[in-house]
Design a protein around this ligand. Structure first.
Ligand code: GLV
Ligand code: MN
Ligand code: MN
Length: 410
């Protein structure tokens, strides 16, 4: 059986992982930042060295394309993920998928494999959505789900405009997103959750992905003195925010609830120890793999915020930042993943992706599925994110087999 070059793969993961590390060991490569540029430069050099044609589209998605002469006109098989990161990130999220895709194409080329279609590897812009919303932006625009102009006009958390930043770092692109019409898309990713590690299973055949709802909630209260204002006189925006956050958690703890909810950002004004907050602004990330239940959670929060306006005399507005329905992946590719894992003697189980993924967007335009490998203790979006080398290599070899079979099909 053909195998990937594990040493080359690990070396590239660690080299890319060192890009954006500060003196304190914090790794941050936000979309279209200087650090992202350095990561892109590295990946695009590796793509060129592998003999791929390197192309960037107008939303900054970076592609390395292998177009063998015998099948130049066939619809390409597309692989890939992202290389942008969250703040203080691990080194595997996204990067593993992009670098294994490159490794697999190099392995196939070197083996004399003759594909029946081109293979394109994508590193999609702003998957994380930390600097610019919505998340999965590059793949969403690529799949025609969000207007290019609107995406380029997105204003970041630091006041920058994405289109200007892409131009500044030299990745404003030369072709329309969607320029290649893939016959299928496959993404390899670390699980980022604890299931595979806990159950001692090597491979996840990802059959679906939960829906994601992002909102920004603003609560207006009345700024007043922390010492002199009796409790009954207070209109406390901070307290109302705390109640809303606690409400979300209580919903998640209801029996049989499969909802997860997070408030990852919060800011008070004027943000002083002895002043009752006049304003609280916080984010809400709610996820559920059932479309109706996700709607029910959004409605429950809206009802609770309306109740808080009455009980706490605050004014509340909620703004939608992004929203994606749950996605079902392609059953044929999921079965191919299961067969490929079994053929390598690896344990495998079907699973749901809890994280948002570029595959979620590509699924709009072609048959799509994902492969997961274990994350130790399920830690991710954290520098401690870790997958054992043997698991990284096993996932890459399963991916190799899946890619070879999909690319060999007329
Ligand atoms: C992406 O990492 C997400 O699921 O938020
Ligand atoms: Mn990711
Ligand atoms: Mn991520």
């Amino acid at each position: 059986m053909l195998i990937i070059n594990e040493e080359r793969l690990l070396e590239r993961i660690h080299t890319l992982g060192a890009v954006g590390l500060d003196a304190g060991g914090h790794r941050t490569r936000l979309a279209a930042s200087d650090e992202d540029k350095a990561g892109r430069d590295l990946v695009s050099r590796w793509m060129s060295e592998a003999g791929l044609t390197v192309v960037t589209d107008y939303i900054g998605n970076l592609f390395g394309i292998w177009t063998p002469e015998n099948c130049a006109d066939a619809a390409p098989l597309m692989l890939g993920s992202h290389i942008d990161t969250v703040i203080n990130a691990g080194q595997f999220d996204g990067c593993y998928g992009v670098l294994v895709a490159l490794e697999v194409v190099e392995t196939l080329k070197a083996s004399g494999f003759v594909p029946a279609r081109p293979i394109a590897i994508g590193a999609f812009t702003n998957e994380e959505g930390v600097r610019y919303a919505p998340d999965m932006m590059g793949s969403l625009v690529y799949a025609g789900g969000y207007p290019l102009e609107k995406a380029l006009a997105s204003v970041g958390t630091d006041g920058t405009v994405l289109g200007e930043e892409l131009r500044r770092i030299g990745y404003a692109g030369t072709v329309e997103p969607g320029f290649l019409k893939p016959c299928a898309f496959v993404e390899l990713h670390i699980e980022q959750g604890p299931i595979l590690d806990t159950e001692g299973i090597s491979i996840g055949a990802v059959e679906n992905l939960q829906g994601i709802s992002w909102q920004r909630v603003t609560i207006e209260g009345e700024q007043n003195h922390a010492g002199t204002t009796p409790t009954a006189y207070r209109v406390d925006a901070g307290l109302a925010a705390a109640k809303a956050i606690t409400f979300l958690r209580r919903r998640c703890e209801l029996p049989d609830s499969r909802t997860v909810a997070t408030t990852g950002c919060i800011a008070f004004e004027p943000n002083a120890i002895n002043v009752i907050p006049s304003r609280a602004v916080f984010t809400v990330d709610v996820r559920n793999s059932d479309a109706q239940q996700l709607c029910a959670e959004e409605q429950a929060l809206a009802d609770y915020l309306a109740e808080l306006e009455r009980t706490d005399r605050v004014k509340i507005t909620a703004e939608r930042l992004s929203r994606f329905d749950p996605v079902l992946f392609d059953e044929g590719i999921v079965q191919l993943i299961e067969r490929s894992a079994t053929a390598r003697g690896l344990s495998c189980r079907r699973m749901t992706s809890g994280a948002g993924q570029d595959a979620q967007m590509l699924a709009r335009i072609c048959p799509t599925a994902m492969i997961f490998v274990p994350s130790i203790r399920g830690i991710s979006h954290n520098p401690l994110e870790l997958t054992r080398d043997a698991d990284l290599a096993a996932g890459a070899n399963v991916f190799l087999d899946v890619v070879a079979q999909l690319a060999a099909k007329e």
